[in-house]
Design a protein. Structure first.
Length: 283
């Protein structure tokens, strides 16, 4: 099936927006606010299980790679959105909120921090420099899989400790996974939940803004509740048109969470954490 760039973009955007709606929604999250003169919000997970699901889905969105056969992009949903920011088949606005949102999430994930770890199982107290994406990989995989499926996570932890001057035998690491889980789940990703929810919601609204003019042009109201869509000339393949219809329905439904700004005091450094040397100049 030969598809043009706009058709591939439609498929990728539809997959990404559906994934975002599974992450940024009020079934998982509770917003508290507005707080203070700035009208900012604090976000909490509804339960530990809702936090786990949020992080698992976020990891899938930002890291899990497709082979590109469906979207034309070999990479994660975040990479798909980054590709859409380059092709921009449906808008030529100078200010492109979706590009800002994708860049902000990518920067958050790649920021390196120095985090203090107490691992009683290994009788080890250490400060390690690590990118946030690696901490997300460790926790989301841990809460998703049983111990027999966590070989890759154990190897990642062993490499993290070794490059920070704390070599540990690989067969000891699975015994310490609960120490990591407790540090990250009960503290680190509780603190950063508000910021992450804002970043993900900004992505969803970035897509909404990007496709707003296209939706208003394509939407054709009918009698009572009936409606239809016009198709752009660049969307001619029948399969791509089905994806376009599905995507426009997501735009029509709107994001589940209204735009919000997270409180500033949850965008600094969590307890037991400080900016690593490579991150201080960007903080």
């Amino acid at each position: 099936m030969q598809l043009g760039v706009p058709e591939l973009e439609v498929i990728g955007l539809c997959i990404a927006v559906e994934a975002l709606d599974d992450i940024a929604n009020l079934a998982l999250l509770e917003l508290s606010g507005p707080i203070g003169a700035a009208g900012q919000f604090e976000v909490r997970y509804k339960s530990r299980e809702h936090q786990q699901l949020f992080l698992i889905r976020l990891l899938d969105f930002t890291r899990e790679h497709s082979d590109g056969s469906l979207t034309g992009v070999t990479g994660s949903c975040l990479a798909v959105l980054e590709a859409a920011c380059k092709s921009r088949s449906f808008s030529s606005d100078t200010h492109f909120a979706l590009a800002d949102a994708t860049s902000a999430l990518r920067q958050w994930l790649s920021t390196e921090t120095a985090i203090r770890l107490w691992l009683p199982t290994l009788n080890l107290e250490a400060t390690v420099n690590v990118e946030r994406r690696e901490l997300l990989f460790i926790l989301a995989n841990h809460v998703k899989h049983n111990l027999s499926r966590l070989t890759g996570v154990s190897e990642s932890i062993a490499q993290l400790l070794e490059r920070n001057g704390h070599p540990v035998a690989i067969h000891q690491v699975p015994l310490a996974l609960d120490d990591f889980r407790e540090r990250l789940q009960e503290d680190y990703f509780v603190y950063y939940g508000t910021w992450l929810a804002e970043l993900v919601n900004n992505l969803r609204w970035g897509i909404q803004d990007y496709l707003g003019d296209t939706f208003r042009w394509a939407y054709v109201p009918g009698e009572e509740l009936a409606y239809s869509y016009r198709f752009p000339q660049s969307i001619s393949n029948e399969i791509a048109r089905q994806w376009f219809w599905r995507l426009m329905n997501r735009v029509r439904a709107r994001p589940y969470i209204e735009r919000f700004a997270g409180v500033d005091y949850l965008k600094k450094w969590s307890s037991g954490e400080e900016a690593a040397p490579s991150a201080r100049s960007h903080a």
